[in-house]
Design a binder for this molecule. Structure first.
Ligand code: PLP
Length: 220
């Protein structure tokens, strides 16, 4: 897998993790990357991720990168590796509750709206800071917030994309200073996709989510 090796070489100096976004691609395709050593895979639909989890090797680390409905949380908490797309207090409470039944602590990222285009999901910064200041949040024992995630506007305007990634980094730094000071586990900036991962790396990304560059265009 030439694309995989090239991408890993590019990520190396930045010490960034590659999440291979396998949505819409069948297990046979995913296994090509698996055999080349890739273990972190990202899916944006819960049902598709469950189907693949059930069929595929159990040492794959499954990352949920799409919106998670509260009523689906219970299907993934016993095995999901990282949820990038926590976008409300409500869903975080449900993850905490279900993770407690599974006797796990689940790593989560808070998703922020940074794109200019109207995106449906994601926190506004103030909304997240309010949540993080509540006693109810602080009492949670079965979720661990390890960073933030965001998607930049889909545009050729590099400066705009860069500005949006910088915004996310500013939010990350604010959270680190105010709510996670001294906690080494708070360290992930999940930003960058096939079209903009190089800019994201320059702006401090620790985790890129790359799909079409590795798998080719999506199949549906
Ligand atoms: C699909 C998707 C990606 C990967 O997009 P590509 O452009 O195919 O690399 C990354 N993040 C999220 C949240 C996605 O839904």
């Amino acid at each position: 897998m030439k694309e995989l090796q090239n991408l890993l070489q590019e990520l190396k100096p930045h010490h960034a993790t590659l999440v291979a976004v396998s949505k819409t691609h069948p297990p046979e395709k995913i296994m090509e990357l698996y055999r080349a050593g890739q273990r972190d895979f990202g899916e944006n639909r819960v049902q598709e991720m469950i189907d693949k989890y059930e069929q595929m090797p159990k040492d794959i680390r499954w990352h949920l990168i799409g919106h998670l409905q509260t009523n689906k949380v219970k299907y993934i908490t016993s095995w999901v590796h990282l949820i990038h797309s926590v976008d409300s207090f409500k869903v975080l409470k449900e993850i905490d509750k279900r993770a407690a039944s599974d006797e796990r602590v689940i790593d989560c990222l808070l998703q922020f709206k940074i794109a200019e285009e109207d995106t449906k999901y994601g926190f506004e910064p103030e909304e997240a800071y309010e949540m993080l200041a509540t006693d109810e949040f602080r009492a949670m024992r079965n979720v661990r917030i390890t960073g933030v995630m965001g998607m930049a506007t889909f545009t050729d305007d590099e400066e705009q994309v860069r500005r949006e990634f910088r915004q996310l980094k500013t939010i990350f730094q604010h959270m680190k200073g105010h709510f996670f000071a001294g906690q080494d586990s708070f360290r992930e900036l999940s930003m960058g996709m096939s079209g903009d991962y190089q800019i994201a790396l320059e702006e401090g990304s620790t985790m890129v989510r790359v799909g079409s560059l590795l798998f080719g265009e999506r199949v549906y």
